[in-house]
Design a protein around this ligand. Sequence first.
Ligand code: MTE
Length: 319
Amino acid sequence: MLIKKPADIRPSEITSESNYLDRRQFIGAGSIAGASLLAGPALGAIVPEGDRAQLPDVRKSPFSTSEKPNSYEDITTYNNYYEFGTGKGDPFRNAQDFEARPWSVTVDGHAAKTGTFDFDDFIKPFDLEERIYRMRCVEAWSMVIPWVGISLADVVRHHQPTSKAKYVAFETLHDPKRMPGQRRRVLDWPYREGLTIAEATNPLTILAVGVYGEAMPNQNGAPIRLVVPWKYGFKGIKGIVRISFTEKRPQVSWNISAPHEYGFYANVNPEVDHPRWSQASERRIGSGLFAARIPTQMFNGYGDQVAHLYDGLDLRKNY
Ligand code: MTE
């Protein structure tokens, strides 16, 4: 990606973490009193508003890895979210004041149940599950993240796609006033992503609404983002406002921007290098600068669940 390599990140880019920790302690101390205030208009909402709000009734998923999750700090201070800047520390710094409410999600295209839904109504029919997933970024770093989310297969079924729906396309909010990174044309905004309907309905695919049992931090894509753990991280579109059932394969942001480097499928594949670097191994964030790189696994280790989706497809051509 046309961004800084992890090794280029200056410590100064993330020094605001100490302020952040102070803020967290402050919020933690006030959370019981604060919860009712923060809840305000969203009283009774499934995903409450406000920082560090605990999500209710989260059940554990059998799809979780037993690997140790990265710390909350790793997950929320080392991000890619170009709508808030291209540096790894930028989303943490620039997204703190972003208001992810009110929020609505439009479902359109080839489906019986389309419309624009308030975020809470959109997720209300579905169970919240904790899914601890290995996440592999195309830049050859990785993390283990305890997402909280809803099954995208359930969401797809609920909206009753017709037989014409072959793909599911996603779009991020486009609002340069609230997303300062959109004032520069680093990408063709809004950020767009897509999956085949089979990928979208695979049991591993989720729409995530939180991490570590708490509402999604802004920098990770509040209030709702896609998580597809066998694909490179850029498929995991954040701040989703539109989900479209399409007949034709949708245009997706990184493929539009650099088609020779980023394909539509973006499956994690240690055997197919990025034109500018190897994909054979990865650096686990938080393991220390001198920690050994770990070998990258085909489909990020999720081959048993997803390899069949690509039977007969040449994965060198369909990267
Ligand atoms: N979604 C939007 N809207 N904008 C982005 O810039 N970056 C992608 C993806 N989703 C991005 C996005 C990339 S490159 C990665 S690696 C993941 O978000 C990072 O997710 P995380 O910061 O929660 O780890």
